[in-house]
Design a protein around this ligand. Structure first.
Ligand code: ZN
Length: 136
């Protein structure tokens, strides 16, 4: 694993939260992207190389809707950059971690992603991220 790629925050209303985070961070979001397979609308902010991803559910059965129902708005996941997501998935499996995605899949912002189950990582949802153009 490399650096923290971004921190994901679950929000109820993306437009409202975009305004809140623009005020907080002093910059506007640089993109909005829908990830259909995950049932989310996302927006991204960057401050000094640090990325924040806001996630809004696109339907009531979206994982984000379920998260907010249970725990309310707030920090949803921490994403780490990796060079070779396939190798990292295998390494983590060998170490006994439970993967939600056993194979990398396309995520937002030009990444291949996979999530670890929070019950095997101390209650924290962990995302692995590899740059798509890094894929051989
Ligand atoms: Zn993420």
């Amino acid at each position: 694993m490399k650096k923290i790629e971004h921190i994901g925050i679950a929000v109820k209303d993306l437009r409202k939260s975009n305004r809140l985070y623009a005020k907080l961070l002093g910059v506007e979001h640089y993109k909005i992207e829908c990830v259909k397979s995950e049932g989310v609308n996302t927006s991204f902010f960057k401050v000094d190389g640090n990325k924040i991803e806001l996630l809004e559910a696109t339907s009531p059965d979206s994982p984000i809707a379920k998260f907010i129902e249970k725990r309310g708005e707030g920090v949803h996941h921490i994403a780490f950059a990796v060079d070779d997501i396939g190798a990292e998935i295998e390494r983590l499996k060998t170490e006994g971690f439970e993967l939600i995605h056993h194979k990398a899949k396309p995520g937002a912002d030009g990444k291949l992603i996979a999530f670890l189950h929070p019950k095997s990582s101390g209650g924290v949802l962990i995302e692995l991220c590899q740059d798509m153009d890094n894929k051989e």
